[in-house]
Design a protein. Sequence first.
Length: 296
Amino acid sequence: MRYKTLDVTNTRGLDFEEFSLSRDLLKGIFEKGWERPSPIQEASIGIALSGQDILARAKNGTGKTGAYCIPVIERLDTSKDCIQALIIVPTRELALQTSQICVELGKHIGLKVMVTTGGTDLRDDILRLNSAVHLIVATPGRIIDLMEKGVAEVQDCKMLVLDEADKLLSQDFQGVLDRLNPYEINLMEELTLLGVTQFYAFVQEKQKVHCLNTLFRKLQINQSIIFCNSTQRVELLAKKITELGYSCYYIHSKMAQHHRNRVFHDFREGHCRNLVCSDLLTRGIDIQAVNVIVQI
């Protein structure tokens, strides 16, 4: 969600033109409706364009995806038909969202983007890699599989982005980040966005659905996402919400990929007001209409 609060709007007043970006990339940026850089974009784009390693932290909804996509795309040479950049993300949904942003930003420069995730047909990826691909957005398991099979040739890949790096890297790999000697940007002195109000309700397990029903009746909800800690609880709670008379979808990692894609697409398009899910969607998902999030 993008908020018009100080942690999004309190910038130094830079324009995207000041980063000496190509005209065609600027067209893609402006056509997305991005008028000026957000604070994290101001802090990181110039450093990334210089080729330095960066470790950046900022709140959800403040433009982190643009902060790395813009310099990555600017540094690509689309006249060369080879993989030049990898963006690794933790979930399939985030991969689809990020790849779409890259497609939109790079549509005037001939950018060829490929998204690849687990749960899809490997043969489709092999066929896709027979043609030009400049940038791959992937989940870790699938891109490693493609590389080990020699299908994804990354010898010309000079840029690697780990989105939600803390999620992707275990404790065993923290030393790798240390050796990168990154330029550090930290805009996370406070975790919560300004304009977001948090409440905690201490209730017994058997009271939770009643509490949720009260929230539905009392709050002005555009769309809501309700998180559960297991797939079984996801389906059970979605059933109970439907029985209460509210429109509700659910999504979790054990569902077939095509089913997950359809549910996520339909919810994003506003076909349903409430979505119950596991921690599948906890990172980086941007759905403008969602104004209430519940952890139950």
